[in-house]
Write a protein that binds this ligand. Structure first.
Ligand SMILES: [Fe+2]
Ligand SMILES: [Fe+2]
Length: 193
């Protein structure tokens, strides 16, 4: 359903299980970035009313996720460390085509967000199925459902501003590129991606 072309290496979840503190910290910043990205989109494209309307509640939701992750950290006696470099997102951002075609740039931005939501959803599912901390399993199951909804929302928004066939072609290119990025990234148990 998520359309991702390369499933996460099963070793990732075993490594993640051993570094829950690091995973939670990295995850907290994923939620912060999700909220910040929605805010940036609203600021950069205020004339796209449908998008602004759709993203406003998602900002609140993502920030709510950030707070939820912080609560899980605190519960375990950990605290929010500094933000880590997110190589996955850095690589994905390179897929965005700059230039004067604003609609095309917006489509790329929305599709990159859809990719991040889809991959996060997949990773949350893996955590919800395999980690030994039962409370965290439930936590990740709940978040997985929410990110699956976001993935669809971003794809649908892209289709609001570009013809469906253009979005479809670009989406397939993006999925291929994302798989290539995942293939080349080191598998790290201390990173969500
Ligand atoms: Fe989220
Ligand atoms: Fe999300």
């Amino acid at each position: 359903m998520l359309g991702l072309k390369l499933p996460t290496d099963p070793r990732w979840v075993n490594l993640a299980e051993k570094s829950i503190e690091e995973i939670l910290i990295d995850h907290a910043y994923c939620e912060q970035k999700a909220a910040s990205t929605c805010i940036s989109l609203i600021i950069q494209f205020p004339e796209k009313e449908k998008m602004v309307e759709t993203l406003m509640p998602i900002v609140t939701e993502e920030w709510g996720h950030f707070r939820m992750v912080l609560k899980e950290l605190k519960k375990r006696g950990y605290s929010l460390g500094r933000k880590r470099i997110d190589k996955y997102v850095v690589e994905l951002m390179k897929l965005e085509r700059k230039g004067d075609k604003l609609e095309r740039q917006l489509m790329d931005k929305l599709l990159i967000s859809a990719l991040i939501e889809a991959r996060s959803c997949e990773r949350f599912r893996l955590l919800s199925e395999s980690i030994s901390d039962l409370e965290l399993r439930d936590f990740y199951r709940e978040l997985m459902i929410s990110e699956a909804g976001h993935y669809r929302t971003f794809l649908d928004l892209a289709k609001e501003y570009m013809p469906e066939d253009v979005v479809k072609v670009r989406w397939q290119e993006m999925l291929d590129a994302e798989a290539e990025i995942i293939r080349n990234l080191e598998i790290r148990g201390d990173r969500m991606h």
